[in-house]
Design a protein. Structure first.
Length: 324
């Protein structure tokens, strides 16, 4: 028998959320969430599934997580439908089935769940389980964007530039990137900075580019670290400062940015300057291959027809996905 037997499941759910961020109370929080889920509370069923899926404060169990997601989805929870869809998409707790994933995600998307709308857009853009259809991708990105999802605003702007070719609406794309930036989404800072840096479709403005890259760097974006370091090295939009350039380039390199590492090696080897790449007793100097400044972008601003896949998704917190 649960120690919480007789407690109102709604109150148990709310109390669990209150305790979840306290490391000393997380065990109790999980028990309360499990009790609420077992009592049939759909929000708790969904979020208990997330706890099991993420495996941070409880043992990871994708199979059981999927069972809880399906229970909540059967009660009409759009967030749970999205989780079921993503389980089939990634093959977690079930055999991978992109067609089944699409069916579940579409149900959530049609109910207005922005994360599902975003994923449906990706599937149409890249042909995951469905035929590639840029127009359909843009339609779903636009719906998620209208609901305020920052990553959807970036994706919508990218599609506008891809599909528009020489006649692309750069100002509309810039507005969307700025909205994503204002929401704290670092890809928005990066893409906005690239527009200003390249000056294609809008006036070139290195100072504005540096501001955008600095915002993104403060938010942990390695592409912004790289570009800001390059600008300090070359004195574009900022006062030329080699030590500051090395700081930003080193940060980007430690995060795995190969372009930053190549640029940094060239910059430091010229004067035999030593830099910290995060590896003990290991120094490496090689011939510089000039990096493509835009290869960190999901699309190439200088060549709108080129398109690169999304960078790997960052993990979200336990419950943030259900507040969209």
């Amino acid at each position: 028998m649960s120690p919480h037997e007789g407690m109102d499941p709604v109150l148990a759910y709310k109390r669990s959320l209150e305790l979840m961020n306290d490391p000393d109370k997380q065990g109790e929080a999980v028990e309360l969430m499990k009790y609420s889920a077992e009592s049939g509370h759909p929000d708790a069923e969904t979020e208990y599934g997330v706890i099991l899926s993420e495996g941070y404060i409880a043992e990871r169990d994708y199979v059981e997580a999927l069972e809880w997601f399906k229970k909540a989805a059967d009660k009409g929870m759009d967030s749970a439908m999205h989780e079921v869809g993503m389980a089939y998409f990634d093959g977690k707790g079930v055999e991978q089935d992109r067609n089944e994933a699409y069916s579940w995600l579409l149900m959530a998307a049609e109910l207005g769940y922005s994360q599902a709308q975003m994923q449906i857009g990706r599937m149409h853009e890249y042909g995951y389980g469905v035929n590639k259809d840029p127009n359909e991708a843009l339609r779903w990105y636009a719906q998620a964007s209208d609901r305020g999802l920052p990553e959807a605003r970036v994706a919508k702007a990218d599609m506008i530039l891809i599909s528009g070719g020489a006649n692309a609406d750069f100002h509309k794309a810039m507005k969307l990137y700025r909205q994503a930036s204002d929401a704290g989404y670092p890809d928005g800072d990066y893409k906005l900075g690239l527009l200003y840096y390249r000056g294609k479709g809008i006036p070139q403005n290195f100072m504005a580019a540096a501001r955008s890259f600095r915002n993104g760097a403060e938010r942990g974006h390695d592409g912004c670290d790289y570009m800001l370091g390059k600008m300090y090295a070359e004195g574009k939009g900022v006062e030329k400062d080699k030590s500051t350039a090395i700081k930003y380039l080193s940060t980007a390199s430690r995060k795995g940015n190969s372009e930053a590492k190549e640029y940094l090696i060239d910059l430091t080897s010229k004067d035999n300057v030593m830099w910290d790449d995060g590896k003990e007793e290991e120094e490496e100097f090689v011939q510089l291959n000039t990096p493509d400044l835009l290869s960190r972008s999901r699309i190439s601003i200088s060549s709108i027809s080129d398109m690169n896949p999304d960078s790997p998704k960052k993990k979200r917190g336990f419950f943030s996905r259900f507040r969209k």
